[in-house]
Design a protein around this ligand. Structure first.
Ligand SMILES: [Zn+2]
Length: 191
């Protein structure tokens, strides 16, 4: 498979289609992947506003960059990119939710007021992709306990959790507090 040049060095890329839905996944990875080598991995949920447009309302874009930097430095690792935008509500609903957040709602209240789920993301197919690429022992770059649990349930051995945390800014503070205190994310929120 060809190496693709990126700002963070050479990576390989592979696409996957779900057998049970119309969902598509992309994996960006690097180095020798083998069941017995502890490998940095991240399941990254699409955040168009953060990943592409560099919104600083959330920490997604920073997390994606940090994951690529970590993999580049280690010479090995995998990012599985899942298109479950806005914790599963889709980009248009996320833009609607942002409008409610501007009126004072937090990220959970906004989804609820729109009649949408708070978090409908599902990770088991991402875990299947990690295993398909040959990974067995993982150093998980995530603060999300549900992603960690999905990896355990899928039979991956978590040898380390690598926190992927940034100093809260005035723009991210409220969002990160909701993530920590209402969604159980493993965040220190040191400011
Ligand atoms: Zn985001």
């Amino acid at each position: 498979m060809l190496e693709r040049p990126t700002k963070f060095g050479e990576f390989r890329i592979a696409g996957y289609k779900s057998l049970t839905s119309d969902e598509e996944f992309v994996s960006v990875f690097k180095g020798e992947l083998s069941e017995n080598i502890p490998t940095p991995v991240r399941i990254h949920s699409q955040c168009l506003t953060g990943d592409v447009f560099h919104s600083i309302k959330c920490d997604c874009g920073l997390q994606l960059e940090r994951a690529m930097e970590t993999i580049a430095a280690e010479g090995r690792g995998v990012i599985v990119y899942q298109h479950q935008e806005g914790r599963g509500i889709g980009i248009i609903n996320k833009i609607r939710a942002y409008a409610l957040q501007d009126e004072g709602a937090d990220t959970i209240e906004a989804n609820t007021r729109l009649g949408l789920e708070i978090d409908s993301r599902e990770y088991h197919q991402c875990v299947e992709i990690l295993k398909d690429l040959g990974v067995g022992k993982v150093k998980v770059m995530s603060n999300n306990p549900e992603k960690l649990q999905a990896m355990r349930d899928g039979g991956l051995e978590i040898v380390e959790r690598v926190p992927i945390e940034f100093k809260p800014s005035k723009d991210t503070q409220k969002y990160l507090r909701v993530k920590k205190f209402q969604m159980g994310h493993l965040l220190n929120l040191v400011s």
